[in-house]
Design a protein around this ligand. Structure first.
Ligand SMILES: *[C@@H]1O[C@H](CO)[C@@H](O)[C@H](O)[C@H]1NC(C)=O
Ligand SMILES: *[C@@H]1O[C@H](CO)[C@@H](O)[C@H](O)[C@H]1NC(C)=O
Ligand SMILES: *[C@@H]1O[C@H](CO)[C@@H](O)[C@H](O)[C@H]1NC(C)=O
Ligand SMILES: *[C@@H]1O[C@H](CO)[C@@H](O)[C@H](O)[C@H]1NC(C)=O
Ligand SMILES: *[C@@H]1O[C@H](CO)[C@@H](O)[C@H](O)[C@H]1NC(C)=O
Ligand SMILES: *[C@@H]1O[C@H](CO)[C@@H](O)[C@H](O)[C@H]1NC(C)=O
Ligand SMILES: *[C@@H]1O[C@H](CO)[C@@H](O)[C@H](O)[C@H]1NC(C)=O
Ligand SMILES: *[C@@H]1O[C@H](CO)[C@@H](O)[C@H](O)[C@H]1NC(C)=O
Length: 484
């Protein structure tokens, strides 16, 4: 615009003047026009009134002769020169080290705060720099025997020999018992020798991995679980084809599975692991939260549903090791399992199933667990909720601590106050457990035997007395006669 006016003036001067165009005059005229225009504007316009928002939300506009400026309150500054709107002063930009080496500065309206990463805390209030938390100052962070080592922003647990945290450096150290996986000739279940030796070897690797983590790569739980299921399948097939096994063998199987799962579950990598075969269906839920999980938890398979809570799964929160697991294992072909100490023909109305959790104190649960069994065949017989009890003898189905809370022809819900291996039985209606039933039986046998022995003694004594009266010579003949 200015250039066009300048050229116009130049042209005018050229037309009216004679000779050379007088550029100097043009410049003066142009500047004069411009100055008089500006002076007129300066008189006419108060920017602060014309555009009230000219200084933004926070600024105060002040008109200054020919111009204006924005005044900013404390904690604010002009976004550009004096005529720009007011923006907050960014403390985080002004003092980059305000939150220390580890903190992240967050700008807030007229203020700021220091956000600390995991493992750090503010040294004072929210505006102070971040410092390392010494996790080792908390009691029992590594368990009773673990040795806590603080790191900047972190820590790890050193487990002494005989203890492990299953390769999870921040978990508590728990005691290992590798001897329970020892195989004994004639004692170990058929087919379980090689599986148990493998478990024992893995247990020993964990036992040895004390200082700088495991010496050898840890086995994955999935491989071990697959092997356990395969081995269990073979045994169940064997049970099916060879007829009934003794109660003590069933007890041994269930115990072996329980101790195996206690080593395998902490080595699983997934949150949910499920393996189903023709004979076995196992599902394991693992949680590795820093704080113990809470609330209901349920596991479902084809034939059963387990309802419990994480509180039951974990037990005493003091003992929370940094992980929790719950296992539901169904034996599809243990239905041929009979109670050998009872003459009753006990038949399972459901598949048998083992429930196991990370809490090992499960003989008297404060909160009942609920098991919903689908009947193998729909039946109007009243089923009995039972568990496999091996407390007094080789093992029997017992009703203690389990009650049926709902039952129709297809389903029964059992509530139990302990964990173990459970099933539904058809055929017992006594209120007393089968354990007591076999006790009564043995009592009967004892009384009968006592009577036989007593009558024998009486007979012999009578004969002896009568012979003594008749004379000692005939005793020899009698004895010889009896020997014939
Ligand atoms: C674990 O290792 C320690 C030392 O290496 C040893 O004394 C202890 O017997 C081992 N425990 C088992 C169950 O093997
Ligand atoms: C455990 O460590 C000891 C030495 O500390 C070693 O002799 C032994 O072979 C190791 N055992 C296993 C199963 O790695
Ligand atoms: C388990 O058994 C199945 C079939 O019998 C087989 O395919 C699988 O390889 C076995 N798994 C292991 C780990 O032996
Ligand atoms: C599972 O059962 C089905 C049908 O009964 C059979 O065809 C299959 O071979 C079985 N699988 C194994 C691994 O035994
Ligand atoms: C496993 O569970 C944790 C919560 O305990 C969750 O944060 C994580 O995303 C889950 N992982 C998978 C693969 O689902
Ligand atoms: C089990 O069932 C009983 C009654 O049916 C109920 O009171 C209890 O809360 C249930 N427990 C769980 C863990 O769902
Ligand atoms: C086992 O649990 C019961 C009930 O929750 C509790 O009273 C008992 O003290 C626990 N026992 C141990 C050894 O922790
Ligand atoms: C049991 O199951 C059968 C077939 O699945 C169904 O017709 C019947 O209604 C069920 N009974 C109950 C009490 O749910």
């Amino acid at each position: 615009m200015g250039a066009i006016i300048y050229l116009l003036i130049l042209a005018l001067l050229k037309d009216y003047g004679h000779g050379e165009p007088q550029e100097g005059i043009a410049v003066y005229v142009f500047l004069g026009l411009l100055t008089s225009g500006a002076t007129q504007q300066c008189l006419d316009i108060d920017e602060c009134v014309e555009s009230p928002d000219i200084c933004g939300n926070w600024g105060t506009c002040r008109n200054t002769g020919c111009s204006y400026m924005c005044l900013c309150p404390n904690g604010f500054r002009n976004s550009g020169d004096r005529q720009t709107s007011c923006v907050e002063k960014d403390k985080c930009v002004e003092s980059p080290d305000i939150c220390g080496k580890w903190g992240t500065c967050l700008n807030q309206v007229g203020s700021y705060m220091c956000q600390c990463p995991n493992g750090f805390r503010n040294s004072g209030d929210r505006q102070t720099s971040c410092v390392d938390i010494d996790e080792c100052n908390t009691d029992g962070v590594c368990g009773k025997r673990g040795i806590c080592q603080n790191l900047i922003g972190s820590y790890w647990c050193e487990c002494p020999a005989g203890f492990t945290n299953f390769g999870k450096n921040q978990n508590k150290c728990v005691e290992l018992n590798c001897d329970q996986y020892e195989t004994q000739p004639g004692q170990t279940l058929p087919g379980f020798d090689s599986f148990l030796s493998l478990l024992r070897n893995n247990c020993l690797v964990l036992n040895n991995s004390t200082l700088s983590g495991p010496t050898r790569p840890l086995p994955t739980g999935d491989v071990l679980l697959t092997l356990l299921v395969n081995t269990t399948d073979v045994l169940q097939l064997d049970l099916q084809s060879n007829g009934h096994r003794s109660s003590s063998e069933v007890t041994k199987l269930l115990k072996t599975i329980e101790i195996s799962i206690r080593l395998i579950a902490p080595l699983l990598t997934e949150n949910v692991t499920r393996i189903e075969t023709n004979h076995t269906d196992v599902e394991i839920l693992v949680r590795r939260d820093k704080t113990p999980p809470k609330g209901p938890v349920s596991l479902t398979n084809e034939n059963t549903q387990l309802d419990t809570t994480w509180e039951t799964v974990i037990g005493d929160y003091q003992n929370y090791q940094g992980f929790a697991f719950v296992v539901l294992l169904s034996y599809k072909n243990l239905d041929s399992l009979k109670d050998t100490t009872s003459r009753q023909n006990l038949q399972l109305m459901s598949s048998a199933l083992t429930v196991s959790v990370s809490n090992s104190n499960t003989t008297n649960l404060p909160q009942l667990i609920n098991l919903t069994f689908n009947h193998l065949q729909s039946s109007d017989v009243d089923p009995t909720c039972v568990y496999w009890s091996d407390e007094n003898g080789p093992g029997v189905w017992s009703e203690l601590g389990c009650t049926s809370v709902m039952s129709n022809s297809n389903q029964t819900v059992c509530s139990c106050s302990h964990l173990s291996t459970f099933a539904l039985l058809k055929g017992i209606h006594q209120k007393k457990g089968t354990g007591q039933l076999s006790l009564v039986m043995w009592g009967g046998v004892f009384v009968a035997l006592t009577c036989v022995v007593l009558s024998l003694i009486t007979t012999l004594w009578c004969r002896f007395v009568s012979r003594k009266r008749r004379g000692g010579n005939r005793l020899k003949q009698d004895v010889q006669l009896h020997r014939k």
